[in-house]
Design a protein around this ligand. Sequence first.
Ligand code: GDP
Ligand code: MG
Length: 391
Amino acid sequence: SKTAYVRTKPHLNIGTMGHVDHGKTTLTAAITKVLAERGAGTFVPFDRIDRAPEEAARGITINIAHVEYETDTRHYAHVDMPGHADYVKNMVTGAAQLDGAILVVSALDGIMPQTAEHVLLARQVGVDHIVVALNKADGAADEELIDLVELEVRDLLTAQGYAGDAVPVVRVSGLRALAGDPRWTASVEALLDAVDTYVPTPERYLDAPFLMPVENVLTITGRGTVVTGAVERGTLVPGDRVAVLGADGVETVVTGLETFGKPMRQAQAGDNVAVLLRGVPRDAVRRGHVVAAPGSVVPARRFRARVYVLSGREGGRTTPIATGYRPQFYIRTADVVGDVDLGAVAVARPGETVEMTVELGREVPLEPGLGFAVREGGRTVGAGTVVSVGS
Ligand code: GDP
Ligand code: MG
């Protein structure tokens, strides 16, 4: 039987980002070590984080490690990724919806190209709060050099629209903290305090209007049409009104809820549920439709998106895409054809990230920040995020 997760503290998703070798994985391990010593979690050694299993999110392979820990005030799920391409793919598809990020910058090297690119990506996908870890502070010959790196990082953040002057910048040494050096374990504690206080608790998905992408449709003889799926956000109880988007926006009432064959009083974000809908004919709803609180989402055909075109090595195309390209768009559970317009850029090569306008073959509920995959002949060739909806 399943033990319920007991929610005693607010939960946040965070992650380390920054240039390769600046110490993201070492710092992640050090955080778990420092907290484990406080009795608030399990130590996860470097090797277990760095050799994270591959995950398929929307058909795109991403190397991603998830570690979990608690501070005095919060429960965190923390992601760390080994390679730059993993960050790009993960952030553009929103595979890990980050509530905040720890930007790791080596105090010895300063800002490097991937530092700047991750900050840009974070801004574009709506990560509003960044805390900076100036790592490898143990190796810096003098504090003035670190002061210069700090200024440089603040300027970069300001240039990207963050509150560069207000962002906490904490000098740490993941390596020395991992070795148990008290001066540097204290630095990791200070970093966690900064995350606790600077990254606000997000509006929980539980508080948002209900939304569930339809994965399957079944008929229960004598009871009616049932749709199944994972609740993306919000809560639902029998008696609630919902709109079925994709099916001309039919509105109906939920007459029953089940999870794994057992009736439930309330479904909430994250649950896998079967929803019984009153008076909806079976053929009026299908996979790809969305069941949502009436009026909470608007279906549209046209949107702007930022898309990473997978390289040939990643299983993507070996030739560029151009305006007029007509692939399939996998948006939530929907699979819809769409016309791509690259505007002035005109072509995008594998391995590049581009902005495009997409005109879908039919209306789908869309909103900024929504991730999707681009597929062609059954394989994924791109990973994208909706930037804006409409023309
Ligand atoms: P990542 O690619 O950002 O995940 O970086 P890693 O965590 O793999 O670290 C890259 C290298 O920097 C490794 O050799 C680490 O031992 C070293 N390193 C990481 N953190 C520190 C630190 O705080 N101080 C020093 N001196 N070296 C560090
Ligand atoms: Mg790493």
